[in-house]
Design a protein around this ligand. Structure first.
Ligand SMILES: Cc1cc2nc3c(=O)[nH]c(=O)nc-3n(C[C@H](O)[C@H](O)[C@H](O)COP(=O)(O)OP(=O)(O)OC[C@H]3O[C@@H](n4cnc5c(N)ncnc54)[C@H](O)[C@@H]3O)c2cc1C
Length: 117
């Protein structure tokens, strides 16, 4: 029996959607895949919105609404709380406890999710 060659998939653009799509494809495909993500930025997952390193650029909804996994809606919030992103950013936590981190923090969260797949 000959070994099955992986299907080759190229994703053009590894910003938020492209990189997360590639990660999901790798996780859920039922056939072997060789996935290439073509992205000029150094880091996958950030794209225009979440590559900004300007500390004034924040996500525009609370972290609890930046949901990538329906079954784990608090995943980003939990990632923020157990990491160091908020250590030098007390302004991220609003009076009601909602967290509005810098956009780059979400980019690093997405990049980390992709890296472990
Ligand atoms: C400034 C800004 C702030 C936002 N803030 C929020 C927010 O706080 N909360 C929220 O819910 N939504 C926010 N959004 C909306 C949402 O995050 C975006 O719609 C989403 O990130 C878009 O993802 P994308 O993959 O379509 O684009 P991107 O993540 O920008 O990915 C496109 C990628 O394609 C790459 N690319 C471009 N040309 C080429 C090429 N020729 N070859 C290969 N690669 C190429 C780029 O480098 C980029 O990485 C924001 C959007 C913007 C623009």
């Amino acid at each position: 029996m000959s070994k099955r060659e992986p299907l080759r998939v190229a994703v053009i653009g590894g910003g938020f959607c492209g990189a997360f799509f590639a990660a999901q494809l790798a996780e859920y495909s039922t056939v072997p895949l060789a996935i290439s993500v073509i992205e000029p930025r150094a880091r996958l997952g950030g794209g225009i919105a979440y590559s900004s390193e300007d500390p004034a650029h924040r996500i525009n909804v609370p972290a609890s609404r930046m949901v990538l996994f329906a079954e784990r809606p608090e995943d980003f919030n939990a990632w923020l709380r157990r990491g160091t992103e908020l250590d030098d950013d007390p302004e991220a936590v609003w009076q009601d406890g909602a967290v509005f981190p810098r956009r780059a923090a979400f980019g690093r969260y997405v990049a980390e999710l992709i890296a472990i797949r």
